[in-house]
Design a protein. Structure first.
Length: 87
């Protein structure tokens, strides 16, 4: 994480292999990272930096959160599909 006042890296967060896209939940409390090689979705709590990994059956790529923060739309790089996930 980068301190925007000092412009210095204060913390790094380990996620899955080959992270490709990131999206924040609209409330800013959580963000999600797609990891193509490990075929996982990392869920990171912004307050604690705790990481939870969700296994997927495809290589996730592009990710978008719905405006109301209730769903994620995750594009599969290897299957030509979009997975809709409740959050």
């Amino acid at each position: 994480m980068i301190n925007t006042a000092t412009k210095k890296v204060e913390n790094t967060i380990e996620v899955g292999e080959w992270p490709s896209h990131i999206v924040f939940k609209p409330d800013g409390n959580v963000f999600f990272v797609t990891n193509q090689i490990s075929q996982t979705l990392s869920v990171i709590d912004t307050a604690t930096s705790d990481v939870r990994s969700i296994p997927l059956q495809f290589k996730p790529h592009t990710i978008v959160a719905s405006l109301d923060g209730s769903r994620l739309y995750v594009g599969a790089a290897d299957r030509g599909l979009i997975s809709v996930m409740k959050i």
